[in-house]
Unconditional design. Structure first.
Length: 419
């Protein structure tokens, strides 16, 4: 819990109404936010629920937000706070006059004039976060570590809270409404706009400046799946993003992609990631000529139309296959302690016909002539076995079950590549 403030707090504010809520849009210093604002445990009568909230908030996510607050480009949208006690007071700023712009002031509605002022919270005011609790936890952690962000000013929306039964229900409803209706940023928007995400930055650079990746070779669409009628592209930009994530996790040596998504590296480091990506696809083109064909041919449809269709076609011309191969190649490179392009070269003998083993019945539905995403994990395990990266004890049994013949002794694991 934040310590109780000893002095009143006065903030510049706008007053407005939304539905049956009166709210104040205020500017609050970060240090005051850290020391005066509590988590939303005041809306629960159960101490155990309050402690659960605090344990949930003060974890890794708070640490990540605290680290972000130490970057010069830090910025937050408004936190929603509720307050009770402390006799809040509203001081309007009105009677605006101008000797030179009187006509402009005349255009301003009277109720808009009344919306400007200062909100004063008394020393006994209690404040808690209704929306933005993880940000509050990160702010607390950053301020505790001596971050210069303590001098920043944060936008907050402040609403009144009552501690009776109806007031508790009303604030809890606001809390759940704000948090349940929050929509995560869609991947296609991240790819198009994000300036911190290494995969997004690299994917955009590839399709904008590299002829091997320009549309229509990489379909710039929001879905990771290739439209049935597309006979031109190798894959989609969304699938390219997913493949780049596999490659860059391998390059960085990290298990988590958080740094790759939230911490923009230097331009030199971005160049390294870009070259790593193009190097992988160059190696892929050398090992599998159709891939090189679609990326280099002036008429990519002449290549793709024969490599993808209801007959199945080439593994690497399907998003699921391209990602599977990237995972296989990075696993082999790590296991053998070799460069990624060397691993790709070693894997050039990997079977690529979706209508045949080990893909038929696993990621290719031979009855419907469509991709089966449910078999993705099994397909990767089969590929790892073929590349000599080991096989789990129940792999053969699961392979037989997936093919619908759990007792068929003629079904065996595919042969290894001998690499």
């Amino acid at each position: 819990m934040a310590p109780a403030p000893k002095t009143p707090l006065t903030m510049p504010a706008l007053r407005g109404t939304f539905g049956d809520w009166t709210y104040y849009s205020c500017l609050m210093p970060m240090r005051d936010l850290a020391t005066r604002v509590n988590y939303a445990d005041d809306i629960h009568e159960s101490k155990a629920l309050s402690e659960l909230i605090q344990r949930t908030l003060e974890g890794k996510r708070a640490d990540h937000i605290a680290a972000y607050l130490n970057t010069p480009e830090r910025f937050f949208n408004a936190l929603v706070l509720a307050t009770y006690g402390g006799n809040p007071e509203w001081y309007e700023v009105g009677n605006f006059k101008s000797s030179t712009q009187a006509d402009i002031l005349a255009e301003v509605a009277e109720d808009a004039m009344d919306a400007l002022g200062f909100l004063r919270l008394g020393a006994k005011a209690k404040i808690f976060a209704v929306d933005g609790q993880h940000r509050l936890a990160g702010i607390r952690a950053a301020i505790a570590s001596g971050s210069e962000a303590e001098n920043d000013v944060v936008s907050v929306l402040l609403v009144g809270h009552k501690t009776n039964k109806r007031g508790l229900q009303r604030t809890r409803r606001l809390f759940t409404t704000l948090n349940k209706t929050a929509v995560p940023v869609r991947k296609k928007d991240i790819i198009a706009l994000d300036e911190d995400d290494v995969m997004a930055i690299t994917a955009r650079r590839l399709v904008e400046s590299n002829d091997d990746f320009r549309d229509p070779r990489i379909a710039v669409i929001g879905s990771p799946n290739i439209p049935v009628g597309n006979k031109t592209c190798l894959t989609t930009i969304t699938n390219l993003y997913d493949v780049l994530k596999v490659l860059f996790l391998h390059k960085s040596g990290n298990r988590s992609d958080r740094n790759l998504r939230f911490n923009r590296p230097s331009d030199d480091r971005l160049d390294e990631y870009y070259l790593f990506a193009t190097g992988f696809f160059e190696a892929l083109g050398k090992a599998f000529p159709p891939v090189k064909g679609v990326m280099k041919n002036q008429d990519p449809e002449a290549v793709t139309s024969t490599q993808r269709g209801p007959h199945g076609g080439h593994l690497l011309f399907r998003p699921i296959g391209l990602e599977l191969f990237a995972r296989l190649a990075t696993s082999l490179a790590k296991a053998r302690a070799i460069e990624l392009d060397q691993a790709v070269a070693l894997l050039k003998g990997t079977p690529v016909d979706l209508a045949k083993a080990p893909y038929a019945g696993v990621i290719w539905d031979t009855g419907r002539n469509t991709i089966k995403t449910t078999g993705k994990s099994l397909a990767l395990d089969l590929l790892r076995h073929m590349a000599g990266l080991g096989a789990r004890a129940d792999l053969l049994a699961e392979y037989r079950r997936t093919l619908g013949s759990p007792n068929d002794q003629t079904i065996q694991l595919p042969a290894t590549l001998g690499i």
